[in-house]
Structures are given as C-alpha cells and as structure tokens.
Design a protein around this ligand. Structure first.
Ligand code: HEM
Ligand code: SF4
Length: 555
C-alpha cells in the first residue's frame, strides 16, 4: 500500500502544495538549469497549476534508451480561454507560437482550449511571454484548481449565448488563483520571492484534485454538463435567460482494475439566478475544498465526496454557504452532445462556420493545409475564433463577403468543410506519443477506425445516422468516452475496452460491453450490432438507446 492509500495520511501532493509557497516550489531555479530538459519531480506536479506538463516523446524512448540518452523531454502548455473565444490577432499569435516554439501544430482540446506540444525547456518562458502579450495565459489550465470554464458557443449568435459566456468568464475570474507565481516565474524577470500571499477561495493547499466547470445552453449539451464537477444548464423562459440549473458530481476518470474508481454522471440539484452563479461556484468549490479526500488522489474528485457523504448532505452543505438558497430545478431538454456543424446565420445577418477539425489537430499535412488556411483567414478577415467542446472550430462573425472569402480560402488549401456524420461527432484524446499515461494510441488511430466503421454503417444504410464515438488512450477519459454511444478506452497496445449504451445527449454512463478488444473483435461486434440496428430499431431510436433496449448492455 502506498502512503497515499492510507486514509489518515495526506497524499504526497498535499505536502508538495503546502511547501510550494503558493505554487513556486523551485520552478524558477529548475527552469534555469540548461543541462537537463526536465525539472524535478515535485516541480512537475507544481508546473501543472501553471497549465504546463512535462512530457517526453514516447516514440523515441526505446531508441534513446538504447543509446543511453536522456528521454526527449518537452513541455505541453495549455491555454486558459473560458468558452474557447479568441480574437483573430490572438489566434494569429497562437499560430505563430506553434511554429516558433512548439511542434508546428495546434491541438484544440475537448475542453475548448488549445494545447501546444513539443515546447522545449529553453522555449518555455519565451512561449508564455508570447501568450501574455496577446492577453492570454495558461494559469490554472491544469492542477488541483478550477480549470478552463467551458460554455456552449457562440456568444455572437444571440443574447442568451452571450450571457452564458459572460457567466463563464465571471466564474473563471473569480476562481483564478491569486498567487503571482505564474507571472513571476514565466513572464517577469523579477526575483521570485516568498512574499505573503493569500488564496481567499482555495487556501494554501488549493483543492484536493482538479475541478471542472461547464455551462450548456439547451438544446445543445455540447459541453457535456454531466461530465464535470460543476455545471450549469441555461434556463430560457420567454426567450430570456433567467438563470441556471446546477449540476454537481460528474467526472470521467477511472483506473483499470480499481472498482473504487468509476465514471459518474452529475446530479441536477437545483436552480440559481444569473446573479448567483458565481456564488454557487464558490460554495461548491469550497465545500469540496473542505471535505474532499486529501489522502487518496484516486478518490479525491468531487464525485467521490458526493458518493461517500451522500447527495442530500452535499446539497445542504452548499446551501449553508449560500446567502440565496438554491430553488427547485426547472425543466430542460437536450437534443445531443455534438456541435452544430456547418454555417449558421444570426439575427444580425452575420455568419458563423463550425468547421470540422479531426480530433482538433490543426496542422498542414500534404495537400491538406488547414493551419495555413486558418492563418490566412485570421490575418485577412474581421472574424473571431471559438474552440468548440468537441474539438472543432467556429469561425464567427463573418459578413457576406467574409463568408465567401472563408469558403474560397479553405477550398484553396484543400480543406473540406464537412466530413461523414460519424467522423464529425467522433473525438479522440491525444494519447501517444506525448501523453505519459497513454496505454494505447488514440488520436493517431481513431481516424482509420472511423473509415472502417463508416464502411460498415454504409453497408446497412446507416451512414446518415448520428452516433457518438469517442476514444481515449487510457481510463482517465479525457475525451469523455464513458458517456458516448460507442466508447473505446485504451487497455493494452492495440486493444480497447468497448463501452456501449451511452445516451445520445450524454446523460448516462455507457456500461462496459467487452474488455480488451482488438480491431477485429471491435469490427465484428459493431458490424453485427449495426446490422441488427438497421433492421430492428424503432422510429427515431438512437443507437445508444437501441443497445439498451435490446439488452446488449444493462444499465
Ligand atoms: C486522472 C485523470 C486525468 C489525468 C491524469 C489526465 C492527464 C492528462 C494529460 C497528461 C494530458 C495531456 C495529453 C497530451 O496532450 O499529450 C491530458 C489531456 C487532456 N485532458 Fe486529461 N487527464 C485526466 C482526466 C481528464 C478528464 C476526465 C478530462 C475531461 C473530461 C480531461 C480533459 C483533458 C483534455 C481536454 C485534454 C487535452 C487533450 C484533448 O483534448 O485530447 N482529462 N490529460
Ligand atoms: S485519456 Fe489518458 S491517454 Fe488520453 S490524454 Fe487523457 S491521460 Fe492521456
């Protein structure tokens, strides 16, 4: 049993946080050591609070070990960008950053952020300064704090969306760590000090574990409100946003073979007015701060606090911390958890394109020059960019001429606006080669598998049927596979746990159907199910509901 498994003992990370002097540790010194591309173990934990992970290229590990070389270390940096909204100049700066400091690609994430991979140590501070120059940052994009706040796009499409986005920004600002460590370590040249600071919301040891918040505007559940620690569902009455239903205790992560850990969908616990949304966030966060498990990090997310103490207890604890108590939840309905793809025209006549980007990877590969196309659009047109919750990109606010120009630029760069229905809704996490936790491929494998699944669907006349497919390279579940209709969770090289029976709107956990399936098994199972679905589905029945009704999986 490790230290962190003993309930009475604080986990190692708690000591690291306590000693860190508000997230400083020895990061400044460690980053200045030119002889190594890495940093100390403790600092690797602390740098996450600043939106950065130390990684290494796993494709090169074996070869480098043979040659007795150090691992090929580099850093991954993740932006904090509430609701995923970037101005064109900000997007251009991020494009340049990927070329000058990263691996020439941008990765749009499942939580509406951008990740830069392959930033070597000497490039890290210059990269963060470039980010700071365009008024962006990476503060709290990882670590035991509130992360990037998600919100159904798009704020330019109507007043309700704009208000929801304003709430997302207000929550993000309110829960931002007060520590100046990020600025001191990465941006300013002033000496790092241990001056007295305070964290009014978090306290000196921050949260027991990561914390995730999302806001959905129905009928879209694109942000997957049931998958986060805390979510808000916009309630619109007579065309006006009146407030939010509050959802708590969702979370995806699990550990293979550990029954104490599992994915969980959140519970709707009440309704709050718009003006109370930030107070509700603080109440939920501080309840988790005070009662979350600080001994065992595998059981430290809010979902386990709620499971261990009971939902009624948790709701009472939140209400105790609120001046205005939660009201009864109001009715809502979701139609699905994908993005609205293609062009949308707002009441003001402006056009917004949700552009399909496979697994969020913006790159130039052969004749497909997406990165160059987006750069040209950002550099020449008056538009905004919004990263969607499903790894796609909205090019927003185009006028009629802009719309025509966008289509021409994309076509000239070999970029198609749309893909198959299955591919458009599919998501994969990064996994290999950068993610240290990956057990299997994900981003590099899913596109090929989708081609084969598309062929199977076409055989049965199902190629227009919307089905959500998601894959991750390990059970942490970064692409939310456990609430997809078809979820793949990496188990062993080339083999995946297959989950079936998720709801099309992301509202239930998909049970495990088959463990450790290789591609032949996956295609065999899904081919047979698609054939049955084509014959025996009821009017309008989604694939997830069908697999439950037919008893393929039991909820
Ligand atoms: C113990 C649990 C988890 C750990 C240790 C973890 C760790 C990581 C790491 C190391 C990466 C970087 C991969 C790379 O870019 O190379 C990553 C990516 C990411 N994770 Fe997690 N993760 C966990 C759970 C989750 C969950 C449950 C979610 C959301 C539901 C999530 C959301 C993300 C997102 C949005 C990315 C960006 C890449 C992408 O969109 O594929 N993570 N995670
Ligand atoms: S799901 Fe696992 S493999 Fe994929 S990015 Fe997250 S931690 Fe890495």
């Amino acid at each position: 049993m490790s230290v962190s498994d003993t309930p009475e003992t604080l986990s190692v990370n708690e000591t690291i946080k306590t000693k860190s002097r508000f997230l400083r540790g020895t990061l400044a010194e460690g980053l200045a050591v030119a002889e190594s591309g890495a940093i100390s173990d403790d600092d690797q934990q602390l740098i996450k609070f600043h939106g950065i992970y130390l990684q290494d290229d796993r494709d090169l590990r074996a070869e480098r070990a043979k040659r007795k070389l150090d691992k090929a270390y580099s850093f991954m940096a993740r932006l904090r960008v509430p609701g995923g909204v970037l101005s064109a100049p900000q997007y251009l700066a991020m494009d340049r950053l990927a070329d000058e400091r990263g691996n020439h690609t941008l990765r749009l994430t499942t939580r509406q952020s951008i990740q830069f991979h392959g930033v070597i140590k000497t490039n890290l501070r210059p990269a963060l300064r470039q980010i700071d120059k365009v008024l962006l940052d990476t503060i709290a994009a990882c670590g035991d704090v509130n992360r990037n706040v998600m919100c159904t796009p798009n704020e330019f499409a109507g007043a309700v969306y704009a208000q929801a986005e304003a709430t997302a920004r207000a929550i993000s600002s309110h829960l931002l760590p007060h520590s100046h460590a990020w600025r001191e370590i990465f941006i300013d040249d002033e000496k790092v000090t241990a001056e007295a600071e305070a964290e009014p919301v978090y306290g000196a040891t921050y949260l027991p574990r990561k914390f995730k918040i999302a806001i959905a505007v129905p009928p879209q559940n694109d942000v997957d409100v049931f998958a986060h620690d805390l979510s808000y569902i916009a309630i619109v009455e007579d065309g006006r946003l009146v407030g939010y239903n509050v959802v708590v205790g969702g979370g995806m992560g699990a550990t293979h073979g550990d029954a104490q850990t599992y994915p969980r969908v959140g519970d709707v616990i009440g309704f709050c007015r718009i003006a109370e949304a930030v107070a509700v966030a603080e109440a939920v966060v501080t309840a988790q701060r005070d009662f979350g498990n600080r001994s065992n990090r595998r059981r430290a997310r809010l979902k386990y606090t709620i499971e261990d103490r009971g939902l009624a207890w948790f709701v009472a604890e939140v209400n105790k911390r609120l001046a205005v108590k939660l009201e009864p939840a109001r009715p809502f309905a979701f139609s699905g958890n994908g993005d609205r793809m293609g062009w949308l025209t707002g009441d003001d006549g402006r056009h917004h394109l949700t552009l399909f980007i496979e697994n969020g990877r913006v790159a130039d590969i052969g004749d497909w020059r997406l990165k160059a196309a987006l750069k040209e659009i950002a550099g020449t047109l008056d538009v905004s960019f919004i990263i969607t919750p499903n790894q796609n990109l909205i090019i927003a606010r185009a006028d009629d001429a802009g719309r025509a120009a966008i289509e021409a630029i994309l076509a000239a760069h070999g970029v198609r606006l749309r893909a198959s229905v299955l591919r458009e809704a599919a998501m994969a996490c990064v996994a290999l080669p950068t993610c240290a936790l990956a057990l299997t491929e994900s981003e590099r494998y899913l596109p090929g598998l989708i081609t084969k699944l598309d062929a199977l669907l076409a055989e049965h006349g199902l190629d227009k049927q919307a089905i959500t497919v998601r894959m991750t390279g390990c059970p942490n579940g970064c692409a939310r596979p456990y609430i997809a209709e078809i979820g793949f969770v990496g188990r062993n090289p080339g083999r995946y746990n297959l989950h079936l029976g998720g709801a099309h709107d992301g509202s239930r956990v998909a049970p495990l159907y088959r463990e450790d399936a290789d591609e032949a098994a996956i295609l065999g199972i899904l081919g047979a199910l698609f054939a049955d679905y084509a014959k025996a589905r009821e009017q309008g029945e989604t694939f997830g509901d069908f697999t439950v009704r037919r008893g393929v999986v039991a909820l």
